[in-house]
Design a protein around this ligand. Structure first.
Ligand code: 7TS
Length: 417
């Protein structure tokens, strides 16, 4: 700890760490695990792990069909998880939450189901320059198919989205797709303003909340957002499960994305009528264990309180920014103030390749990500091939930041910076 930072939450984080079995393990180097890659995927608390094994050991059955006891229990647990996710996002009803594989699939659902039905040649889709590939490529494919144009909101020198020309850029736009929080710069995008302006211009808005849902209190009704995508595995849940929130009227108006079992009401050899919401968008057997596990993850986050989650993240990020700014040869990207960013810090150090930084840190038990973080266009704009990235979550402490700094000092010595 350096002077000037109030340790608002380390004691709580220490208590939280005890809930995450993996954090008590050691890496191949024999060092304690310092996990600073939660933007890639979060670790899982014991309650999530036990909820999943509880399903497999106690009531594994397919859902929405069996009349026997364990099938009913599985269905209740699956739909109960949906209700908890709906409440987490403050959706008006559970039927507005669609389970997908991940945020990427949720965004593709919007591109295919909404996009193919609504976009016309000459329409525009507005994105920002900081998007993850998952919120670029589906729109490129859709635009190419429909003869639509892609436009971008620019970034300022601190990687914040510039809104000065928002109204002008919205002319002719039918869909706006923006991240809520950047996975590379950490920037919190002012989506409230974007959504309001887009609606005034008659456009529909999809928000990629993969990096926001784990960290911020997201209220889809207060935001008045049309579609909101998230990944379970970044918010303490298992891999293989994601969510799409969408307004009921939109879901009713658009055709299904994938077709097959579960999403139908009645099928003849000639034609099919679709199931009601949300099942119209959930073809085939769902990731039942994943959804139930996500329900436990949401419970865990709600027990902590999203206000605490955010306050802890701001405190840790502020501390990390201060220490990294003071570290020789380290260059940071993204907003200067912790309040304007999520718990993600991308950086470079002298001319050491980020992969070399990451592998030296690995020798110290410190896990960070190196590369383009699925934001190649953004890296190109920053004039970089790659960055190193540390990202924080509820179980990280000031001591983890100190371990990062010490490991970076070692890297600087090895590379004789
Ligand atoms: N959108 C954003 C902003 C993301 O950060 C990610 C994943 C995705 C979408 C896709 O999520 P998925 O669960 O569908 O894969 N981001 C990262 C990352 O930054 N490092 O690994 C995955």
């Amino acid at each position: 700890m350096t002077a000037g930072i109030t340790p608002v939450s380390d004691t709580a984080a220490e208590r939280i760490r005890a809930d995450f079995p993996i954090l008590a393990t050691r890496t191949k180097s024999g060092k304690p695990l310092v996990y600073l890659d939660s933007a890639a995927t979060s670790q899982k608390p014991r309650s999530v792990i036990e909820t999943i094994s509880g399903y497999y050991e106690g009531y594994n059955a397919n859902i929405h069909r069996g009349v026997y006891d364990i099938a009913e229990r599985a269905t209740d647990a699956f739909e109960g998880a949906r209700a908890r996710v709906a409440s987490f996002f403050n959706a008006a009803e559970s039927a507005e939450i669609i389970f997908t594989r991940n945020a990427t699939e949720a965004l593709n659902l919007v591109a295919y189901s909404w996009g193919l039905a609504n976009l016309r040649a000459g329409d525009a889709i507005l994105l920002t320059r900081l998007e993850h590939h998952s919120n670029i490529v589906p729109w490129q494919l859709l635009a190419a198919k429909m003869g639509a144009e892609l436009r971008f909101l620019e970034l300022d020198g601190q990687g914040r989205v510039v809104l000065d020309d928002l109204d002008a850029k919205l002319r002719g736009v039918r869909l706006v797709a923006s991240a809520h929080v950047s996975n590379t710069l950490g920037t919190i995008v002012p989506i409230e303003q974007i959504i309001a302006a887009a609606h005034r211009a008659g456009a529909v808005v999809v928000i990629d909340g993969a990096q926001a849902a784990p960290h911020l209190a997201v209220d889809v009704r207060a935001l008045d957002v049309d579609f909101y995508a998230a990944s379970g595995h970044k918010m303490l849940g298992p891999t293989g499960i994601g969510t799409l929130y969408a307004k009921r009227a939109l879901l009713e108006a658009i055709p299904p994305f994938l077709a097959g079992g579960d999403m139908i009401r009645r099928v003849s050899y000639e034609q099919t009528t679709f199931n009601e919401l949300p099942w119209k968008f959930e073809a085939g057997t769902s990731d039942i264990a994943g959804a139930i596990g996500l329900g436990a993850a949401v419970d865990y986050l709600q027990d902590l309180g999203m206000a605490w989650v955010r306050a802890h993240e701001v405190a840790l990020t502020a501390y990390a920014l201060e220490r990294l700014n003071a570290a020789p040869h380290v260059r940071l990207y993204g907003p200067e103030r912790a309040e304007e960013r999520g718990g993600v810090i991308s950086f470079t150090m002298g001319d050491i390749h980020p992969h070399d930084i990451a592998s030296i840190l690995d020798g110290e038990g410190v896990c960070i990500r190196a590369g383009h973080h699925c934001t190649m266009p953004l890296h190109e704009r920053l004039g970089l091939a790659a960055t190193a990235r540390a990202s924080f979550y509820v179980y990280n402490t000031y001591a983890d930041v100190d371990a990062l700094i010490e490991a970076l000092e070692k890297a600087a010595r090895i590379f004789k910076l």
